[in-house]
Design a protein around this ligand. Sequence first.
Ligand code: ZN
Length: 312
Amino acid sequence: MNNYSIDVEVSEVGPRDGLQSISPILPTEAKKCWISALAAAGVPEVEVGSFVPAKVLPQLADTAELVEHARGIEGLRVAVLAPNFRGAQDAIRAGAHKITIPLSVSETHSLKNVRRTHAQMLEEVSRIAGLIRETPENQRPDFEGGLSTAFGCTLEGPVAPERVVQLAEALMQAGCDEVGLSDTTGYGTPDQVRDLTRAVWRAVGRDRLTGIHLHNTRGQGLANVVAALDVGLRTIDASMGGIGGCPFAPGASGNIVTEDLVFLLEGMGYRTGINMERLLEARQVLRDSLPEEIELYGFTPEAGLPKGFRYA
Ligand code: ZN
């Protein structure tokens, strides 16, 4: 993969965010085939799973094996979620390139999601940062603090931007390399994306926030992507077929659709490194391994590429 030729990095989170929110458990071999197909399409980064106890999310119990598989694919950046120190230990042992710890700006959501207060989560972040410092330099993962429910919470309602900024600063002080904004509940609108990004930049620096995680729960997903691009964010999370959500934020279904995102980006002149035909082949790999009742979303896969479509 030639990183230099990419303007915007698409991070596929379907194997984690998507599969954690549906009850059927995909066989490990099927997940491996899907991850390989995504990489073959040129997807530069895949979040392959989450290091949580199998009794909490049995759908993701094979994350270590998936990291090992994905690390064998040349050029692919292997990302995982780790909600605590124990999970981060496993992630480092498995050899993930990037670890994201989610910190919910809504403390009520944090307590539901990971059963920890903000203070307890920041303590975990410090311990993980210490662990990463002790890890040999060539095996150190990038460490991101994901600010979830940053645009509003199904439990608490509106979330104050000041609170997001404070927690972004606290995450950096606790030892994260960067922070990410996450619209877990699909409440965000384009102005909010621009304003919140700028506010966090003022506090932690522009190079410490480069990515955003959006859901399409209220149909704002791609509008929010355009706002994110306008303001200057360059990593966008999405999931194939729009599968995904949060099991602890009721009604928060649907990541933005990778296939539609790639069409938008290439159409707007941003190189993604992704080949659309091969991306649709990866979609078929996913379709074939999912039970029929699980719907796959996306307009571009339905309509096909426009006649004469040209990549950026
Ligand atoms: Zn999500």
